[in-house]
Design a protein around this ligand. Structure first.
Ligand code: NAP
Length: 483
């Protein structure tokens, strides 16, 4: 099975448009989380390899920046078309190394490709402005230039989309990139380099260097004076480290970090719609998403109905190898992730939570954990403070609007919040009071390449997607002149 799927998937470093071994010959294994079998051995970049990638990006930068925006846009558009042509292949590679169900992987491939289509269109809309200085009458000419070489660091939960969400706007802006994908899932982006090459991305414009020495390799790049942007998606803990590193050379940071999303269901909500939204907000990627609903707050008058309907839907989901037909719940990405979910559920139960469905790790191979619903979860349970990152819905009740806003905001994270109500004035009033970068108002999905994705507080800095996403890779230059 693996041989067929992984035939022609590259496993070396992609530097300057060529496949290269690591300078010290080191490699690391990639595991299928459904079978715990080694499926590939990938080159592990060294600091010297990272320098070679920056050299390649540096050499490619002037010509890429000078390309006409339409030409850059057309290459991105072609990349979108090639990825969609081969979508099934990419979806299977994602499932194989990440574990998520094929339907989730198909969704991710379409989402990932869409960043190239969107930024193909944005590449030609990099507008500046001209104005008259009020006192001197001089002309203020302001234009946006490519910021320079960008270092991109991405997580394993969306191995394609978290990378294309950065590569699309960087290339549209005229910046070359060096990407370090997560060590659990390096194959997807290596395979996608074949699509970018076919689309006509010149050598050196996109370089991909998986590495087991992430800290050293990324640190070396952030201390190279030629690097001007670091765009990171991952945990708040690592993001904080990279912000410290970026400070040394004043590298422009974009940080998409952790979340702890509340999902609020008011007493007037359409409960069936809320259930549909909850299934997406909780179960997209089996809960391994920064946007996953982590804390359900359901009004006490509708909690019984909501919990019953949600556990019926969750309990009916088929668990198994993500490549198999009809499977909705694949394995979690690794043993550590699965063990953390077990620990959080045990902690909640020991503090009084009740299991309505799931809650027990199956025997056998694979990092599986079933779709689980817990009610009566006390505020003191660790899962209300930490990202669960698994298929576990934690339900609590509330009585009043002000109370639930206060509890929802009681987190150091500020990525996304969801709320369900039929009263749109309440919906907007509560949205404004929620301290989160994104709100799903009667919707369980906010991710959209055309929208500014990002968080407040410890969920990050900057925005990805939409028009804002390109700004992370642009620098404003102003010329003062007279004519
Ligand atoms: P992670 O441990 O922070 O890893 C993310 C990336 O950083 C990986 O490529 C990792 O490489 C690398 N890395 C780890 N330590 C590093 C260091 N000291 N210096 C430089 N790079 C380092 O996060 P994860 O476990 O992969 O992903 C889960 C987290 O990502 C969750 O907190 C989730 O909320 C967050 N996330 C946020 C968003 C968003 O848009 N806000 C989206 C998706 C995920 P290795 O794999 O080699 O360790």
């Amino acid at each position: 099975m693996y041989d067929n799927l992984l035939a022609n998937v590259p496993t070396d470093l992609w530097i300057d448009g060529k496949w290269k071994k690591a300078s010290d010959g080191a490699r690391f294994d990639v595991i299928d989380p459904a079978t715990e079998k080694v499926i590939a051995s990938v080159a592990s970049a060294t600091v010297d390899d990272a320098k070679a990638a920056i050299d390649a990006a540096d050499a490619a930068f002037p010509a890429w920046a000078a390309k006409k925006p339409r030409e850059r846009g057309e290459i991105l558009r072609k990349a979108f078309e090639i990825i969609m042509r081969d979508a099934e292949r990419y979806a299977k590679i994602i499932t194989l190394e990440n574990g998520k169900s094929l339907s989730d992987s198909r969704g991710e491939v379409a989402y990932a490709a869409e960043f190239f289509r969107w930024y193909a269109e944005e590449a030609v809309r990099n507008v500046g402005q001209i104005s008259v200085a009020p006192a001197s009458g001089a002309r203020i000419v302001a234009q946006q230039k490519p910021a320079g070489i960008a270092v991109l660091v991405t997580p394993w939960n969306f191995p394609a989309a978290m990378a294309t969400r950065k590569i699309g706007p960087a290339l549209a802006a005229g910046c070359p990139v060096v990407l370090k994908p997560a060590s659990d899932t390096p194959l997807t982006m290596l395979a996608l380099m074949q699509a970018l090459e076919e689309a006509g991305v010149p050598p050196g414009v996109v370089n991909v260097i998986p590495s087991r020495s992430s800290g050293k390799v990324v640190s070396a790049m952030l201390h190279d004076m030629r690097v001007r942007v670091v765009s990171f998606t991952g945990s708040t803990e690592v993001g904080r480290k990279l912000l410290h590193e970026a400070a040394d050379n004043i590298v422009k940071p974009a940080m998409e970090l952790g979340g702890n999303a509340p999902f609020i269901v008011f007493e007037d909500a359409d409960i069936d719609a809320a259930i549909e939204g909850a299934m997406v907000a909780k179960m997209r990627n089996m809960g391994e998403a920064c946007t996953a609903a982590n804390r359900f707050y359901v009004h006490e008058k509708v909690e019984a109905e909501f919990s019953k309907k949600l556990s019926a839907k969750m309990g009916a989901l088929k668990m198994g190898n993500g490549l198999d037909d009809g499977v909705a719940v694949g394995p979690l990405v690794n043993a550590e992730g699965r063990d953390k979910v077990i620990e959080l559920v045990d902690d909640a139960v020991s503090k009084g939570a009740k299991i309505l469905t799931g809650g027990k790790k199956p025997d056998g191979v694979g990092f599986f954990y079933p779709a689980t619903v817990l009610t009566n979860v006390p505020d003191s349970a660790s899962m209300n403070k930490e990202e669960i990152f698994g298929p576990v819905a934690s339900i609590q009740t509330f009585k009043a609007e002000d109370e639930v806003i206060k509890r929802a905001n009681d987190t150091e994270y500020g990525l996304v919040a969801y709320l369900y109500t039929k009263d749109m004035s309440r919906g907007m009033r509560v949205s404004e009071k929620l301290d989160f970068g994104m709100i799903g108002l009667n919707r369980g999905l906010v991710s959209d390449p055309a929208a500014p994705f990002g968080g407040t507080k410890q969920s990050g800095l900057g925005r990805e997607g939409g028009q804002e996403g390109m700004k992370e890779f642009l620098e404003m230059q102003y010329v003062s002149t007279n004519w």
